[in-house]
Design a protein around this ligand. Structure first.
Ligand code: THG
Length: 289
C-alpha cells in the first residue's frame, strides 16, 4: 500500500490541502458553458456577471476550489480565460482549477494566476503529455491526469490504471512529484454501460493502493441520460469517496449530492465531533426559514 499523499493548491491568500485524512475538497464545476446557452452568449460579449455570481454561490454552497472553463467555439480563449479568472478572483479567494484544452490559454492563465493552480488537465496522449507537464513544472502547479490516451478511454480498470501510471511516471521524470498529480479515472455513463460505475470504482482503488495519489472525478457523468440523476450521483459519490476519491468535481448547489458528501466525510471519520455536518444542517434549516 502506498502512503496517502497530500496535494496543496493555493490562491493569493488561501491554501487548500487535499488528502484522504481530511474532508473531501469540492471542486465547483458550474463555471462552464457546456449546456448553458446564456453563459456562453454573455462570455462571448465579454460579460462576466454570471461567472462572478456562480463563483460566489458555489463557494457559499461549500466549494473549496472553483473549476474555470470558458471553452466556447470561435472565442479567443486565452483572452477569455484570463478575464474570467480575474473576475472570479475579484469576488472569491479560493484556489482555481484551470480547465482548458487550449495550450495557449493554459499558459496565459498560469501567467496571470497568483498562487498554485490545479491544471485540468493532461492525459496519456503523447502529443500533449510533455507540453502540459512542462507548463506544470514551469509554473509550479498541480495537475489532473485523465485516464485516457490516444485510443480514447480504456474500457477496463486495469487499462485506466496503466494510463495513470504512465502520467505519474512521466511527471516524475520531469521533476513533478506524485503529490502534485491528481488522477481522474473517469466515469462513463451507466446509461450506455451498466458496468461503468464498477469500472470507475475499481480503477480508483487500484490507483490509490499503488500510488497513494489524490483522486478527482466529474461524478455527474455517471447518470447522464438517466432519470432522477442527483439520487444516482449522491449514491455513486459516496462509493467513490469510500474507494479513495478526495476532490470531486460537482455542482455544490445540488443539495442531495453536497449533503451526501458531508455524510460520507462523517461516516469515514473525517468530521471531528460531526461539527461540519451539524453546521451544514443548521444552515439548511436557516435557508428553509
Ligand atoms: N473530469 C475533469 N474535468 C471535467 C470533467 C471531468 N471538467 C468538465 C466536466 N467534466 C465537469 N464539469 C461539468 C460542467 C457542467 C456540467 C457537467 C459537468 C453540466 N451542465 C449542465 C448540462 O449540460 O445540462 C448545465 C448546467 C446548468 O444549467 O446547471 O451538466 O469529468 N477532470
Amino acid at each position: 500500500m502506498a502512503e496517502n499523499l497530500t496535494t496543496t493548491v493555493s490562491s493569493k491568500t488561501k491554501e487548500v490541502l487535499i488528502s484522504r485524512d481530511r474532508p473531501c475538497v469540492i471542486i465547483g464545476e458550474r463555471i462552464n458553458p457546456t449546456g448553458r446557452k446564456k453563459l456562453a452568449a454573455t462570455l462571448n460579449e465579454g460579460n462576466f456577471d454570471i461567472v462572478r455570481r456562480d463563483a460566489v454561490a458555489q463557494v457559499e454552497a461549500g466549494a473549496k476550489i472553483l473549476d474555470v472553463n470558458v471553452g466556447v467555439p470561435g472565442a479567443d480563449e486565452p483572452a477569455l480565460l484570463t478575464q474570467a479568472i480575474k473576475a472570479v478572483c475579484e469576488v472569491t479567494d479560493v484556489p482555481l482549477c484551470i480547465d482548458t484544452a487550449d495550450l495557449q490559454a493554459l499558459e496565459a492563465a498560469l501567467k496571470i494566476y497568483d498562487g498554485k493552480a490545479l491544471i485540468n488537465s493532461v492525459n496519456g496522449e503523447e502529443a500533449r503529455l510533455e507540453s502540459v507537464l512542462l507548463l506544470v513544472k514551469e509554473y509550479g502547479a498541480a495537475v489532473i491526469g485523465l485516464c485516457m490516451d490516444d485510443d480514447g478511454i480504456p474500457p477496463t480498470a486495469e487499462a485506466r490504471f496503466a494510463v495513470a501510471r504512465k502520467i505519474i511516471e512521466r511527471a516524475g521524470k520531469l521533476g513533478i512529484p506524485a503529490e502534485d498529480v491528481v488522477i481522474d479515472p473517469l466515469a462513463l455513463t451507466l446509461g450506455a454501460d451498466h458496468h461503468a460505475g464498477k469500472i470507475a470504482l475499481d480503477a480508483i482503488e487500484m490507483i490509490v493502493a499503488e500510488f497513494g495519489v489524490n483522486i478527482t472525478m466529474g461524478v455527474s457523468n455517471i447518470s447522464f441520460g438517466m432519470p432522477d440523476r442527483n439520487a444516482i450521483n449522491a449514491a455513486f459519490i459516496v462509493m467513490t469517496i469510500h474507494a479513495g476519491l478526495t476532490c470531486p468535481i460537482i455542482n455544490p448547489l445540488h443539495k442531495e449530492v453536497a449533503t451526501a458528501i458531508l455524510a460520507a466525510d462523517l461516516s469515514m471519520g473525517r468530521d471531528e465531533w460531526g461539527a461540519r455536518w451539524i453546521k451544514a444542517y443548521r444552515q439548511r434549516l436557516k435557508a428553509a426559514g
